[in-house]
Design a protein around this ligand. Sequence first.
Ligand SMILES: NC(=O)c1ccc[n+]([C@@H]2O[C@H](COP(=O)([O-])OP(=O)(O)OC[C@H]3O[C@@H](n4cnc5c(N)ncnc54)[C@H](O)[C@@H]3O)[C@@H](O)[C@H]2O)c1
Length: 360
Amino acid sequence: MEAIRVELGERSYEICIGPGILPQLGGQLGEFHFSRVALVTNPTVYALYGNTLLHSLKKAGFDAAVVTIPDGEEYKELLWAYHIYGELLKHRLDRSSALIALGGGVIGDITGFVASTYMRGIALVQVPTTLLAQVDSSVGGKTGVNHPEGKNMIGTFHQPRLVWADVDTLRTLPRREFLAGMAEVIKYGIIWDETFFSFLEKNREKILSLDNAAMQFIIRRSCEIKAEVVSRDEREGGLRAILNYGHTIGHALETATGYTTHLHGEAIAMGMYCEALLSSLLGLIDRKSVERVGSLIGSYGLPSKMPSGVDEERIISSMQLDKKAVAGELKFVLPEKVGSVVVKGVRDTEKILESIRSHG
Ligand SMILES: NC(=O)c1ccc[n+]([C@@H]2O[C@H](COP(=O)([O-])OP(=O)(O)OC[C@H]3O[C@@H](n4cnc5c(N)ncnc54)[C@H](O)[C@@H]3O)[C@@H](O)[C@H]2O)c1
């Protein structure tokens, strides 16, 4: 097992990564002295890992409450948060209790949101079981639920006390979900680390066959990069915005297509390619690097080109509604080369349209 520390003063915490570590979580929680714990999950993940985790908690002396919500992004909303609050009250969780989020980003986000608001905030332990959650959503403290007007529109910052990522859980993940998670892994290479990007180019087969050492390395390196960025800018005052690479266009595509057509990671993959293309249209990056980005995305079975027939005007108007848009100026994270990006406001709608359109 490897541990990475996210340095945030008194809110610092560790991300523990390794194969087969789920049964050890109960023992690890002893040092936190929680009065009670509740496991929050969905039926899919509960059926796979619920018993292992409950057994481990029981061995460590915790009589955990179990709260489930249905499986799906559409349940990441206030009504289901309200349901969780009710269950926690029923099970008498108090201010010294902790919530354990067992699942992907949906469970992590809604559980984090509930943990940050229940009794003005209680402890949160993240046990991510998707690749996306292990490399991204479980780390950094962003929580949230969706609103019909937009994704993640209601949320808080609430850092977990511990992140516990068992790499073996990825073996039961549907292939499409695994590949979608790879989009965020690729993102770290583009925004921060060219050597990591090359590693992903050279080790594709090992990664796609879930080789233990390769998987542990890419999860660790992704978490290290996210931890470093978050430690320097916890609340997205500046640097943290680079983690949104691919998300301006990607989120807008998700909104425009009603969240039903593309998985989050697939939309981000297309967003990353379009935003690299936009960067080259603005003269910030050479075309060869853009194609390198596109090839890596494609080599992991992810789409880089916008689907034909996509409503471009709708994508632009969704972008204008995004939390990140300020006074009509759309904010983009634009690569200058593989491994380095800048954050820039772009007013030239024609160029944005061209980046979306030019390869439909
Ligand atoms: N908070 C953040 O910083 C942040 C960052 C990125 C994304 N997100 C959010 O994350 C969410 C997407 O997360 P996701 O991609 O993990 O999707 P998800 O949570 O919906 O999980 C995908 C599917 O895989 C299933 N699953 C989970 N683990 C499994 C396993 N080990 N084996 C088999 N099936 C398993 C889930 O039940 C679900 O059906 C979005 O809501 C997005 O907004 C948050």
